[in-house]
Design a protein around this ligand. Structure first.
Ligand code: M6R
Length: 627
């Protein structure tokens, strides 16, 4: 939610900031802006010194609009600046509300990601001192308060200012009195510093920096960084300088590029076999025994200290697709570990006063590792004494750091707002965790344990075969794209996939779509079924196939058209559905990893056919760092 970036060095900051914003645009795209400490030569028309050397450019809409404005301003020059791409929280998307925001005296400019909860109180106080506010944003209080607190020492003023803020922030600030210096600070919103040679950067995440540097410093909550071209100094909340480690990122630039694909979403859908392989392979141990047989096991080096015998229940929490992965995880863990498992959306759990204690294992799932509701829920669970295990994709993210234990999905950077490889690798980790935990708890036979591991090892290749449905799915999308209201139905694992398939479709195509447990339709929703409605019936969970077929017959009797997804080898489905997509067979507990793939492709092609902006769907942002 909002992307921020900054640069100080010897090169022109404008193009570097705009490139960073282009890469961060998936975090928000309703307006964008940059501020630059202009070069000494930049003077006012009559030759006198400018009132402020900070120059700003802002544009409502996408970063491309800002680029157009920038290209029309050849004098917009300077080697130190900050930039922002916005997902509006306070005030409509407009040039005035776009960041950066400037202090009334024009001496400071700030970019901010997060929410200042006590902004109204600070704003009222500053207004009493005669300070005029230009925007409706919460952010503007930061820069006005900073200017108010400034008595000749930038760092001191900033520390005093952030001590007054409540809520979440990652900020970058420049001042016209400190050429080449950027200050950055963070609390509960992501911010990393990129370390270069003779030039340094900051950004909300590595995608903005990876083309310039792979050496980063993770700023932690409460810390402040002073960034100049040659040096990065980090201070704790008391102002004491601290040593920070430089982390080397191994992402290559291709990870942050479309690599020939029209959209990141398609690239990421296609990357799933590789992402699954990277997530699964390092955790499978294959030993050759004396007798010549091989022994397979799951090894999670990262959770060695986690004693499963300590827990009498598991609670899974997350948001959106990560929650849907959690619903799958609930069934797998419960089935294999014979332990009570609940799954709940984090935005509900955080306010529900759930019953849990030190015998509860809480599994939080998040691709970004920065989702505000998930962070709040996990804090609540920790407060109640639960042990928190996080399943996260972004290394070093807030959730990864806050958790007691963390398993990373190795999906690589996910840029498209609609998650695809993020989701499938989460399910793969949950499946591996369930098998591992069942082994620890001795609730699984050796045969079942080995057979499941073998099936897990086959997931990348089966995902690849599911991707071969690409052309066929496109034809289905061409046929059904103008259905204004769709239903996804399924039972058990198929129902969990229905939830995810439906979300995928609605978030990028804006079509009304609902997921229902197939048996639940007749309790009300079937009233909405009428001739021509498309019902996507998920039929891979074979134990309940006949039951789902009954539900298919019920909707067909009312005129619905049915597109079914079933396992290869299932011939009877052809008698029931209008169209069928067959996916490779896998263990019932692993069905979601494979079955979701045609649904991701379906959502993609339906959205494309409807002319939607697939990577940047309206009203959404990739990383939801606000409540
Ligand atoms: O980064 P997270 O996994 O915590 O994000 C959770 C949800 O915001 C996310 O899955 C969202 O639902 C996606 N847009 C779905 O494609």
């Amino acid at each position: 939610m909002c992307g921020i970036t900054g640069y100080t060095g010897i090169n022109q900051a404008g193009p570097i900031l705009l490139e960073g914003l282009r890469r961060l645009e998936y975090r928000g795209y309703d307006s964008a802006g940059i501020a630059i400490q202009s070069e000494k030569s930049a003077e006012t028309e009559n030759g006198s010194a400018p009132a402020s050397s900070i120059k700003m450019l802002k544009a409502t809409g996408k970063v491309s609009h800002l680029v157009e404005k920038f290209e029309a301003e050849p004098d917009f020059k300077g080697v130190c600046g900050i930039g922002h791409t916005r997902w509006a929280t306070h005030g409509i998307p407009s040039d005035t509300n776009a960041h950066p925001h400037l202090s009334a005296d024009g001496k400071f400019a700030v970019v901010h990601n997060g929410i200042i909860e006590n902004f109204a109180e600070i704003r009222a106080e500053l207004q009493k001192y005669g300070i005029e506010f230009k925007s409706e944003t919460d952010t503007e209080v930061i820069v006005q308060l900073l200017a108010y607190n400034y008595k000749g020492n930038f760092k001191k003023a900033l520390m005093k200012t952030i001590a007054r803020l409540t809520g979440s922030y990652a900020i970058g600030v420049i001042s016209d009195e400190y050429p080449g210096t950027i200050f950055a600070a963070k609390q509960a919103s992501p911010l990393i510093i990129g370390v270069g040679i003779g030039e340094n950067y900051f950004a909300s995440d590595i995608t903005a920096l990876v083309s310039n540097t792979k050496n980063v410093i993770d700023l932690d909550d409460g810390e402040v960084a002073e960034i100049t071209p040659d040096e990065v100094k980090v201070f704790d909340h008391t102002g004491k300088e601290i040593d920070k480690e430089i982390r080397h990122i191994n992402w290559d630039i291709a990870s942050a590029e479309k690599s020939g694909y029209e959209h990141f979403m398609m690239k990421e859908i296609m990357e799933q076999p590789q992402a699954l392989k990277a997530t699964i392979e390092p955790r499978i141990k294959c030993e050759t025994l004396n007798c010549g047989d091989t022994d397979l096991s799951i090894v999670f080096d990262e959770i060695k200290g986690l004693d499963m015998k300590k827990f009498n229940r598991v609670h899974i929490t997350a948001c959106g697709s990560a929650y849907h992965a959690g619903c799958v995880g609930r069934s797998i863990i419960e089935s294999l570990c014979k332990i009570q498992v609940e799954a709940e959306v984090a935005s509900e759990l955080r306010y529900r006063d759930p019953v849990m204690d030190d015998k509860t294992l809480v599994i939080v799932i998040s691709q970004s590792g920065e989702t505000a509701d998930t962070i709040a829920a996990m804090k609540e669970c920790k407060y109640k004494g639960a042990t928190v295990l996080a399943i996260v994709n972004v290394v070093g993210s807030s959730i990864a750091k806050l958790a007691d234990h963390c398993i990373y999905t190795w999906a690589g950077p996910e840029i498209a707002v609609a998650t695809t490889k993020g989701y499938t690798t989460q399910v793969a980790v949950l499946a591996m965790f369930a098998v591992w935990a069942a082994g620890e708890l001795k609730t699984i036979s050796h045969g079942a344990y080995t057979s499941l591991i073998l099936d897990i090892m086959h997931l990348p290749e089966r995902a690849q075969r599911a991707l071969d449905l690409n052309t066929k799915v496109k034809k289905m999308a061409d046929k059904y794209y103008d259905n204004q209201s769709l239903f996804f139905i399924g039972r058990n694992m198929d129902y969990a996939v229905a939830l995810e398939g439906s979300l995928k479709l609605k978030e990028i195509s804006y079509l009304h779509s609902e997921a229902y447990a197939a048996g639940e339709l007749k309790h009300g929703t079937i009233a909405l079924i009428e001739p021509g409605r498309l019902v996507v019936a998920l039929c891979c969970y074979e134990k309940l196939f006949e039951k789902t077929v009954s539900n298919i017959q019920q909707v067909k009797a009312r005129g619905a058209e049915v597109l079914a997804v079933a396992h290869e080898g299932n011939r009877s489905i052809f008698q029931e559905a209008d169209d069928v997509l067959l996916v490779p067979q896998t263990d019932a507990l692993l069905v979601p990893v494979i079955e979701i793939i045609p649904l991701q492709l379906f959502a993609y092609y339906v959205a494309k056919k409807n002319g939607c902006d697939i990577d940047k769907p309206k009203n959404l942002a990739k990383s939801v760092t606000v409540e």
